[in-house]
Design a protein around this ligand. Sequence first.
Ligand SMILES: *Cc1c(COP(=O)(O)O)cnc(C)c1O
Length: 367
Amino acid sequence: MIPLNDTSRISNLILSKSNDDIQNVIKSGRWLLGEYTEKFSSEFAKYVGTQFCLPVANGTDALEIALRVVCNGSNGEVITVANAGGYTSTASKLVGLKPVYIDIDKESLLMDISSLEKVVSPKTEAVVVTHLYGRAVDVSKVRIELDRLGYGKVKIVEDCAQAHGAKINGKRVGSLGDIATFSFYPTKNLGAVGDAGAILTSDENLYRSAFQLSQYGWIGKYNIEVEFARNSRMDEIQAAIILNLLPYLDRWNCRRRDIYKEYIKAICSDSIGSYNCLDESNVVHLAIIKVNDRENFMQHMKDSGVSVDVHYPILDTNQKAWCPIQNQVLINSESELEKIVTLPCFPTMTDSEVELVCNALRSWNNA
Ligand SMILES: *Cc1c(COP(=O)(O)O)cnc(C)c1O
């Protein structure tokens, strides 16, 4: 079976690039908050184009801390989409904020910016923009729309966990809103060998608050100044590893795009839809296609030796833990959920594996 992803294929690269650094970390005895974490944060901030980068333990912590920083306590609302895996809702609940969902654009599967108007209110504290599946949302349009509606003060949080390196109008995601969050979970476009995440911003006050919240709320050692802080850190070994993988990110993103382009070429049936946007604004974290007869299609792919999955099968508005949710109907979110299928796509896929997926796609078209 061709897997959806196979992280073991970069294990030799990781070992050859990071073996010495891992040895250095362990021998130094400085396993947290050391030079690799510092080096990674400055390199990653430079790469993304922000002033500051705060390494944290994972992407969900990053979202929770970022939301706590930009929102004035609980009781407020966070506007987001319901089709992005639930991470923003989880983080909002932890902070005590109420997620309010808007529909997605049918073609891009990203936030429908024109729907902001329906839900934005004086209770709105933040909009979380998820660059889902690797595709960048044009955050400047979100800002313009909020300004137009008289909500220029509402903060924009970018969730970049699926879009490391994606660019829109020449700027990378993570530098477009007020604050941004990343995950370096192993299968992300830039992944660690365990958990890791980061918060990026160019606003010094937001950075300082986020840092404090990630360090027990300390103003100085053992001197706690803010309530509801916690501990969230990236460790030195993860920092060293992703620092050494960062130079590969752009190359890997190109490879992901090329793989997806091959799939599109192989599709000639009207019953399969694909993304039409494949420039630098899309780093194809997941190769999503839309199929009318999904159940049979997925069986056909599996029978052809190709792993497939659905990201994500349940909207946040239908998650058991969070029901019932009073909201307007999310027409596109509901309808597209029934069609989406994820195909294998990762930079170390071989050409023959890509060809095998293409053949499986072609034979479905001809069926
Ligand atoms: C993976 C992911 C997260 C969460 O990251 P973790 O490091 O697993 O906590 C958040 N948002 C999105 C869109 C993700 O894909």
